[in-house]
Design a protein around this ligand. Structure first.
Ligand SMILES: Cc1cc2nc3c(=O)[nH]c(=O)nc-3n(C[C@H](O)[C@H](O)[C@H](O)COP(=O)(O)OP(=O)(O)OC[C@H]3O[C@@H](n4cnc5c(N)ncnc54)[C@H](O)[C@@H]3O)c2cc1C
Length: 388
């Protein structure tokens, strides 16, 4: 039960994103004292809702951490993501078929995050931004927050995403590269008309100077109703199925549009001017986009880092290995990290391992699979940014 004699192990997690919450769920199941500190004021504070494709490994890791009573709800709020990949022109004329794929299971990040908050209660503290930490001689670590307060634990896990404050202190040399922004991420409520645009896994539209990638997020059951039936204590957002689309913009125009991050109505109108004359279904898709859930897309990735020598501070998910969404690996890898770290810490909790050795074993495996996923995502970037 204890990592050091006479006292229960306490794990502090910076960041209540999907990786940090997945870890917290697993640790809670294992009886570990876990606290999550989230910078945002609440779970609904900012744009969160894009489609995430889970592969078999990512889904298995997520289920491993999530209590079994929520597995049925998880299944209900996912959707299919397989079939033919079509390439069409701006008038929806078929250019070619790229072959059928099994893309795994579609989920929505916002719905998933709400599901991952279930049962954590006051173990998640919102409005607490971690700004740094101090390692103490007795082997504990102090997390410092932006409001001047602090908390003490045996391990601090930086799950605070691509801009991680924990990584900046632990690995000041670690490099995160921002790719020139030329993409817009939109979402439009799914109707029969729009569903017909994506009969299979996905559709790529190659128009003059502009490309569009279309994919469906079709929940098996509406999330809020599914929660009411299957786990009434869990509150899921009242989100309907949607069509997710990514627009790759011509280079000269991209910076001006991407800079308008907070003004989707203007971005949408400029995009509509750009696709004037395209098939009416595509124009309408953009016109009907959900203002609160569409935005320019910034793509970042990390350069590989060697193992740093284990401390009482470690990292997970985008905080250590952010990657472009081109291979659909970021969340899957964050869940693998979370399940792996959870197993290591559970062994410590049971008295079967020492904390430093358990953390080091996690870090070495996480660095291997994490940076392999970054490399794969970079290799597949050209698929994501199709030739004009
Ligand atoms: C358009 C798009 C599509 C994607 N598609 C896929 C896909 O199909 N499949 C896939 O596997 N992945 C996909 N990804 C990647 C995936 O979303 C990320 O890899 C994943 O969200 C990373 O999870 P995380 O918990 O590490 O970080 P995040 O989800 O970014 O969470 C970090 C959390 O930390 C909080 N935080 C930040 N700083 C602090 C601080 N100082 N103190 C406290 N809290 C802090 C943030 O507010 C946030 O809540 C996609 C990403 C995008 C943008």
């Amino acid at each position: 039960m204890t990592d050091r004699e006479g006292r229960d192990m306490k794990v502090m997690v910076a960041g209540a994103g999907i990786g940090g919450l997945c870890l917290a769920q697993g640790l809670l199941r294992a009886g570990v004292d876990v606290r999550v500190y989230e910078r945002e004021a609440g779970a609904q504070s900012r744009y969160q809702g894009f489609r995430i494709g889970l592969n078999a490994q990512g889904l298995a890791a997520l289920r491993e951490c999530l209590p079994p009573r929520l597995h049925g709800l998880l299944d209900a709020v996912t959707g299919p993501m397989s079939g033919e990949r079509r390439v069409v022109d701006q008038h929806l004329g078929e250019l070619r078929l790229l072959g059928a794929v099994d893309g795994g299971t579609a989920t929505d990040r916002h719905v998933l995050r709400q599901l991952l908050l279930a049962g954590l209660g006051d173990r998640v503290e919102f409005g607490r931004a971690v700004v740094g930490y101090t390692e103490q001689e007795d082997g504990t670590v102090v997390a410092h927050f932006s409001d001047g307060s602090s908390a003490v634990g045996d391990l601090l896990v930086g799950a605070d995403g691509v801009g991680s404050a924990v990584r900046r202190q632990l690995l000041p040399e670690a490099e995160v590269v921002t790719l020139p922004g030329n993409a817009l991420l939109g979402r439009t409520p799914l109707t029969e008309r729009f569903a017909a645009l994506v009969p299979g896994f996905g559709t790529v539209v190659h128009g003059p100077g502009v490309s569009m990638l279309l994919g469906r997020m079709e929940f098996r059951r509406p999330p809020r109703r599914a929660a009411a039936d299957l786990a009434p204590d869990v509150e899921l957002p009242d989100t309907g199925s949607y069509l997710r689309w990514v627009v790759m913009l011509p280079e000269p125009l991209a910076p001006a549009l991407v800079a308008l991050a907070d003004d989707w109505a203007t971005v949408r109108d400029r995009l509509l001017a750009l696709i004037d004359g395209w098939h009416p279904d595509l124009v309408e898709l953009v016109r009907q986009s959900d203002v609160g859930n569409s935005s320019p897309l910034t793509v970042r990735y990390a350069k590989p880092v060697p193992h740093w020598g284990t401390r009482r501070v470690t990292l997970l998910g985008d905080a250590i290995h952010p990657m472009p969404p081109s291979a659909g690996q970021g969340a899957n890898t964050a869940f693998r990290d979370a399940a792996l770290l959870c197993r290591s810490l559970t062994a410590v909790q049971r008295g079967e391992a020492e904390l430093p050795a358990a953390v080091e074993a996690y870090e070495r495996r996480m660095l291997d699979h994490g940076f392999a996923a970054v490399a794969e995502s970079l290799e597949r970037l050209p698929d994501f940014t199709p030739a004009r």
